[in-house]
Design a protein around this ligand. Structure first.
Ligand code: DNO
Ligand code: MN
Length: 364
């Protein structure tokens, strides 16, 4: 397991590269050019600038999250070919600087959805919160106005230009069924996966967050059966999954340990975090410890260890603790604590595995 840490870039993140380097076992950053409009080709000089900064800090840039997918690709519009051509050029450039994994998602209109970015937990820390009924009864237009008035309601991944076009987008998605979305993702993969393979970059789709349909929009990456179907669209190691335990874990019916066992070879990247799901379907992002939420974190790390997982892993989101002011979900402290918990679980299993292997060797 290779530990990496998401970093939003100089001037765009409260955490510094120096701090990241001091978290035990972190070898690289998870990065993106967040200000390049979705669909455009990433400029090489900007890519090189991030490489230079990371090099100086002693961190690598092998994992990118995300090269976002233009809405026209998801909608299957004729203009998608141009956006796919741009995507291919970006893949080729990223390969030149040593990128090995590209995380992306195929969620219509929205990336992750929450109703409160600073919900207080019992210990006085705050975390991202999702109230199921609120979303089910949400007036979308009102919510857009709320974000326009106070951008802190927005999220990384909710690109401003996307929000501005919201009404238009909703009209465009009218009548787009789940099956059409499957056809559109297949079209994208048919073009992209051969390029990714030629450039030795593993594409890693992120599950939908939350893993069910929101605002009546179709969603694909919601559970084990659909992930299986997705991976079978291109049976190649370059067509992979970002195993996000927090996203998938928001639906308690998802057995993430079983997913690790089934998909291990196809997981180049894992997001490991916990959530607590309440009986009414609401959920909150808790600390990483198994007992603090409803996701079997210990079981997931054990399963990864059983498969001798060699992919990348990041602690994903954390709570806001110790009065830290940071991007919602992306503070230093709780994510660093999460990393130490993940290492603790991992090292224990690896040590047991090494002892068992040695024992087996000795008895030969
Ligand atoms: C994930 C979130 C998302 C994620 C994208 C991946 O854990 O932070 O914004 O980065 O869905 O494309
Ligand atoms: Mn995630």
């Amino acid at each position: 397991m290779k530990m990496v840490f998401r970093w939003f870039g100089e001037g765009n993140d409260t955490v510094t590269l120096k701090q990241i380097k001091q978290i035990p076992g972190v070898e690289g950053i998870v990065w993106a050019l967040h200000d390049v409009p979705v669909g455009e080709e990433w400029p090489m000089d900007r890519i090189l600038q991030v490489k230079e900064e990371a090099d100086q800090a002693g961190l690598h840039i092998k994992v990118v999250e995300s090269v976002n997918i233009h809405e026209d690709i998801k909608l299957g519009l004729p203009s998608r070919d141009q956006y796919i051509a741009n995507y291919i050029k970006t893949i080729e450039k990223l390969a030149k600087v040593g990128v090995k994994v590209i995380c992306y998602n195929f969620m219509p209109v929205f990336d992750w959805v929450r109703t409160d970015l600073h919900k207080e937990l019992e210990d006085g820390s705050t975390a991202l919160f999702y109230e199921k009924d609120k979303i089910a009864g949400l007036d979308l237009q009102e919510h857009v106005q709320r974000i326009n008035a106070d951008p802190s309601f927005s999220m990384p991944g909710w690109e401003p230009e996307r929000l501005a076009r919201l009404t238009e987008l909703f009209e465009a998605y009218e009548g787009v069924t789940e099956e059409q979305l499957w056809a559109n993702v297949k079209y994208f993969l048919d073009e992209i996966i051969p390029v990714a393979a030629a450039n030795d970059i593993r594409m890693a789709i992120h599950p939908d967050d939350p893993p069910w349909s929101v605002f009546g929009l179709p969603r694909l990456m919601t559970g084990q059966a659909n992930i299986r179907r997705f991976l079978a669209l291109h049976d190649s190691p370059y067509n992979g999954l970002t195993l996000c335990s927090g996203s998938l874990g928001a639906n308690p019916a998802n057995d993430i340990v079983a997913m690790v066992h089934e998909f291990a070879e196809r997981i180049p990247f894992a997001h490991l975090r916990n959530v607590r799901v309440y009986e009414n379907g609401d959920f909150i992002e808790t600390s990483h410890r198994t007992q603090d939420g409803t996701v079997d974190m210990a079981g997931i790390v054990e399963a990864l260890s059983q498969h001798q997982y060699e992919g990348f892993c990041r602690p994903d989101h954390g709570r806001h603790i110790w009065d830290e002011h940071c991007r919602p979900g992306y503070g230093l402290y709780d994510r660093a604590l999460g990393i130490m918990y993940l290492w603790g679980l991992w090292d224990m299993h690896q040590k047991q595995h090494a002892a068992a292997t040695k024992g087996a060797d000795a008895s030969l």
